[in-house]
Ligand binder design. Structure first.
Ligand SMILES: [Zn+2]
Length: 306
């Protein structure tokens, strides 16, 4: 929003200094300068709570998602987050008190993900969540997506709710394993799609690459994939990113997003050039814009049922 209003003021300045005081022309300029959705940003809930492995990139993910919303003017974020290292959870041994952390997770999810609270959001993002999250009503969450909500998952969102089949069905796959972090060159499966049409032909990204089970190509519209094992390069089908219609709802998932430098062009300790993070940000921004209903995409599975 900030840069947009700056741009807006600049447009006005230019218009005035150029002596273009004709109302008709200024109105025309304003229409071009204001993105169609800027007036009513969508509302997104960013969930980063974990009951399993906790990624060190979570604070980066939280920061970048807010920034993308602000800069695009497309959405605002609210969080359901609990940072276990916060001093309020410190136990007598100096480490986070497990019970206190669990209680805090339960409390924040009860507040932000109750059926009533969900109605106030256009999409829910699971950014590196893990484990069986204590949602107040997990069936109601799935129903909310099915009835027209948006769901966006990054990386470990695929490693969440292994014991809740409707969630796995909604996401479209279940994390099986990963090996060492590695550079891969994902195949762009839809060069028309805003989430990947900006990616260069030989895009390379260094990250922890997930391998999945319970993945069915006839149920998703593939966006990025590998035609070989990420690590040993044996030929095979290794999906990276996809989207799907889920009832009346929209689901976007990308397995990328383990490393800080995939999320953030300014993160230190880089294995990825900053352009990779910029491309990743565009990938997820467009995914979110579609999930909240601002964009329309082709979501037809490329592979038909036999
Ligand atoms: Zn990871």
């Amino acid at each position: 929003m900030f840069w947009q209003s700056n741009k807006f003021m600049k447009t006005i300045d230019l218009a005035l200094s150029g002596g273009l005081l004709c109302t008709g022309i200024i109105t025309g300029i304003l229409a071009i300068a204001s993105p169609a959705h800027a007036a009513t940003p969508k509302k997104v809930l960013v969930v980063t709570t974990t009951t399993g492995f906790r990624h060190s990139s979570i604070p980066t993910a939280e920061k970048i998602l807010a920034l993308l919303g602000q800069e695009s003017g497309a959405f605002t974020v609210e969080y359901a987050r609990v940072e276990p290292n916060d001093p309020q959870f410190k136990g007598s041994d100096g480490k986070p008190d497990k019970d206190k952390v669990e209680e805090a997770i339960k409390t924040v999810l009860a507040e932000k993900m109750s059926p009533a609270a969900l109605k106030t959001y256009d999409a829910v993002i699971f950014a590196n969540t893990t484990g069986d999250l204590p949602l107040p009503d997990k069936e109601a969450f799935i129903e909310w997506v099915k009835s027209g909500g948006g769901f966006v998952g990054m990386h470990a969102a695929g490693d969440t709710f292994h014991h809740f089949a409707p969630y796995l069905d909604m996401v479209g796959a279940e994390f099986k394993k990963h090996e060492a972090q590695v550079e891969v060159d994902p195949i762009n499966q839809d060069s028309q799609c805003p989430a990947c049409r900006h990616l260069p032909e030989n895009w390379k990204v260094f990250d922890e690459i997930y391998q999945f089970q319970n993945f069915d190509r006839t149920k998703v519209h593939g966006l990025l994939t590998l035609d070989k094992h990420p690590n040993n390069k044996t030929p095979g089908d290794y999906p990276i990113s996809w989207c799907k219609q889920y009832g009346k709802g929209r689901v976007f998932y990308t397995s990328l997003g383990h490393r800080e430098d995939v999320w953030d062009p300014n993160a230190p300790d880089r294995k990825n050039p900053k352009e990779v993070a910029e491309a990743y940000q565009k990938h997820i921004l467009e995914g979110i814009k579609w999930a909240v209903g601002l964009e329309k995409w082709n979501v037809k599975p490329q592979k038909s049922q036999e």
